[in-house]
Design a protein around this ligand. Sequence first.
Ligand code: C2E
Ligand code: CA
Ligand code: CA
Length: 290
Amino acid sequence: EFSLKKAKRMGKNNIYFYRQEDYEKFQRNGRIISALRSSIANGCEGFEVYYQPIVDCVSGRVIGAEALMRYTMVTEEGKEWLSPVEFIPLLEKSGLIIPAGRFVLNEAAKMCREIQQYIPEFRVNVNISYYQIEHGKIADKILTAVRDNGLTPDRICIEMTESGFMDMTPVFCKFRKVLEENGIQFVIDDFGTGYSNLVRVLEYPVDVIKLDKSIVWSAFQNRDSFVTLKNLISMFHDVHRKIVAEGIESEEQMNMLKKLECDYLQGYFYSKPIDKDAFISYVQHNQKYN
Ligand code: C2E
Ligand code: CA
Ligand code: CA
């Protein structure tokens, strides 16, 4: 039955050869989706939001954070921590990304309000899947989260990968317009990975471009990539885009990006994503020493 379904999904005139690993993956995905579904029915039990600092390149001060979803699955054998790389696509596939994404958005907005007592200009970045735009009335949810937490709209930034909106569908354009009218910043995530198309990125009305870690790492390792990165940064600055570099893991990488006049930095060198309490301590410490 599994093989037949798989072959049908491949389209007409195709042959699928049964592989045990595929079947096991299929079964595991089914188990994860039902765990996700029951967690959400129980008030998002098992879901958490972690925060990773985003730092100003010149001053070294924390100016914001990226909110990242975490999930611990409860099974008969015990608890299992899952990577977002595994469970986010399943949330998208099952439509559960709508309630789960709303949970992240509300937690992040609440946390942003709390951090403002330490850093008045603090912003929080929230990742959005295309599915949430298409089916989740996400623009309204963002505005409600802003209002309910006494924030100004410019305190929330929305991150999306380019793969999510390549086609500029009417529903995406409308979403983008609502953000723009309300002063909510839009960030292109993972720039430099498979989907990026330079010309189109320059045409999009985006405020911030987030360079993927692969670009940062290869610029650190070879000269041609370094020159490319240098020119990319200067070109984006010429068209008034701000730039965040992701995946900063060492002091040397930090210094390289500083030299290239990148605007903001993010990566394990500063901190891994951490829970809210750890993040508040991190911020207090950062305030004291910067
Ligand atoms: P992303 O948006 O590109 O998030 C950055 C990922 O890079 C995070 O992985 C973060 O832990 C990791 N990272 C940060 N700094 C470093 C570093 O210096 N070195 C290395 N090696 N890695 C670093 P994470 O948390 O596993 O998230 C994976 C992806 O899951 C995210 O990639 C994002 O696409 C998705 N995701 C996470 N939370 C959400 C969410 O709330 N909604 C949606 N739609 N997607 C989410
Ligand atoms: Ca992101
Ligand atoms: Ca990214």
